[in-house]
Design a protein around this ligand. Structure first.
Ligand SMILES: CC(C)(COP(=O)(O)OP(=O)(O)OC[C@H]1O[C@@H](n2cnc3c(N)ncnc32)[C@H](O)[C@@H]1OP(=O)(O)O)[C@@H](O)C(=O)NCCC(=O)NCCS
Length: 133
């Protein structure tokens, strides 16, 4: 299994709507500057996420998703560990739906804390932040 910044666009376009059917623009506010990362297992994209650079000390993590048939096997953790290592000098901010207990648990495991006043999340979501030190 490998972590890559060169995500196969065809595999991404196939998997993305299975995980986030409600999202129209997967690149979100970062547009062309969005950087995709993926976990590939035997040539198959099993997990992905997007990073947008907010400033020289903060990145924004979004679109964290694991293939529906590959969940609860550690891929979410593997993705988080690779992102944290890759951006080890950065604080990481994200928004997550307040009812998404599984994702919140995953983020808490990697030391993300509630940070409501920093960035204003969309309705129904919370903002979490992980400080690099
Ligand atoms: C959230 C998501 C990325 C987790 O990925 P995953 O590969 O299943 O996660 P892992 O197997 O690495 O498990 C990581 C942690 O998540 C939690 N978790 C994962 N699946 C769970 C389940 N079915 N029930 C309860 N907790 C669960 C656990 O805390 C787990 O850690 P633990 O095993 O040490 O207790 C995945 O469920 C997903 O793609 N969900 C849909 C998209 C989504 O909601 N993305 C988040 C957007 S902000």
């Amino acid at each position: 299994m490998s972590f890559t910044s060169e995500v196969n666009i065809n595999q991404l376009n196939e998997l993305y709507p299975q995980i986030f059917p409600q999202v129209n623009d997967k690149n979100g506010v970062f547009g062309d500057k969005a950087q995709w990362y993926g976990l590939v297992d035997q040539n198959r994209l099993v997990a992905f996420c997007t990073i947008g650079v907010v400033n020289d000390q903060t990145i924004f993590l979004y679109n964290v998703g694991v293939h529906p048939t590959s969940r609860h096997q550690g891929f979410g953790c593997k993705l988080m560990e690779n992102i944290i290592e890759h951006y080890k000098k950065y604080d990481i901010v994200l928004f997550v739906n307040k009812k998404n207990r599984i994702a919140i648990k995953l983020y808490q495991k990697y030391n993300f804390k509630l940070a409501e006043r920093l960035f204003i999340p969309p309705l129904g979501e919370i903002c979490m932040k992980r400080c690099y030190k």
